[in-house]
Design a protein around this ligand. Sequence first.
Ligand SMILES: Cc1cc2nc3c(=O)[nH]c(=O)nc-3n(C[C@H](O)[C@H](O)[C@H](O)COP(=O)(O)OP(=O)(O)OC[C@H]3O[C@@H](n4cnc5c(N)ncnc54)[C@H](O)[C@@H]3O)c2cc1C
Length: 456
Amino acid sequence: MNQHCDVIIVGSGLSGLSVARFLHEKQPELKVILLEKEGRAGGAVQSFKQEGFRAEWGPHGFLDNCPEGQELIRLAGLAGRVQKAPLGQFARYLCQQGRLVALPQQPQKFLFSPILSPMAKLRLLGDLWIRPILTEQAIGQWAGRRFGKAILPLVDAAITGSFAGDYQRLSMDAVMPGVRNLEKQHGSVLRGLLRKRKAGGGKSPGLPAMQNFPNGMEELTASLARGKEIRFQCQADAIARDNNGWIVQTGTEQLLGRRLVLALPVNAALPLLTPLSPPPMSEIPVARIANLVMGFAGVDIPKAFGFLAPEQENRFCMGAMFSSAMFPDRAPSPMVLLEALVGGRRHPERLELTDDELARRAYDDLKQLLPLPAPPRFVQVLRPASGIPQLEMGHVNLLAWRDDLHARHPDLHVTGFGWDGIGMNEMIKHASLVARAIADDLRAGPTPAEVRPVYF
Ligand SMILES: Cc1cc2nc3c(=O)[nH]c(=O)nc-3n(C[C@H](O)[C@H](O)[C@H](O)COP(=O)(O)OP(=O)(O)OC[C@H]3O[C@@H](n4cnc5c(N)ncnc54)[C@H](O)[C@@H]3O)c2cc1C
């Protein structure tokens, strides 16, 4: 059976749902159909609740410093339900030589922090004189050259907290194109930042807040999905161009749409796109993690987001979130909830361990850093099905290939997890561009490169 519509969106994760919602706001008369291979909407966004504990399989929050993200919350009708944990009030810790050290949240505090030696701080200024290398750079190599090797554990921690990745393999140009642009335009990142600040009137935007909802992150995707025409258990198997638009083949039917949006993780989109043009790579690496949800009694945890451990610390956990410190309703009083992350790009073998073994080793690790005199009373090991796409060296070629496809097929839009980034705000921002391009009958270009904050 053939079905006609204005816009077909493949994927009902945050990206697909955001495109649909922004589009509805601009052109409510359009007939939009979403195709979803699973039986639920939301993709990687999925919340967990058991015995009064609330945790997350996927994202634990997103910052409130992205206008498109804030607009989406408003459109989802959730403006009054947002819970916020401001960065100014919640510390972030780094594991340094086996103990937790508070990370300075502002540049001026950084100057007086013991986290780097005076020599290492002075070396940061080397950035002002080091000439940019124009070819694609791995993050570790780039940061070490510009700012000195002492900064690398901090960079590693930031990358672990967002990508669960390996900073020696991730591409600086793909992960932080905005910072690379500053460096290339001004000959130095620091000089570029100073000029950008001056151009903005010298005001610093202030520290953002981490956001979540009383029923977890899933509250956002569930609200966005409400009232949408979503075909569940409906996998797109193939796409093809037709004189009138795009044909999407599913197991049971063919859909015809004037516009097609693939709102999918890179590795789900590539097989659909390959017949149109062979991509420079058949897949990209993903980092899988396990989230150990642990409820403790009689424990005082610091008022903080949590901590991150750089690889050189040789710890079992990549870090842990102090979830009930950020959002007190995450644990039944007087318990506290910690969520520890294990695995990632560097240690996929740890995910082979049984739940009991994971829980035991995570507790052994955490109790060396935090006052946890007794094992957790509640433990649940979450193993998210979604891996985190890695924008490693060569990713810029994939993006150039994707942009070339857009140029040849302006009515085909490719967005989603792992293309222009991995964070929720990046997904929402690009979804907004796609919706605007469809509404304006223009093609969506790549997300404008900007200096992105780290979301952990
Ligand atoms: C463990 C983990 C932790 C994270 N933590 C954070 C965080 O703290 N903060 C943050 O900002 N971001 C975080 N993220 C990233 C965030 O979850 C993603 O940015 C976002 O969820 C991606 O949404 P998406 O719609 O692009 O992709 P997905 O969520 O993967 O959705 C894609 C959808 O498409 C469907 N699909 C796939 N193939 C097909 C097909 N052929 N036909 C039909 N449907 C198909 C899938 O079933 C899925 O529902 C995290 C991600 C993970 C995995």
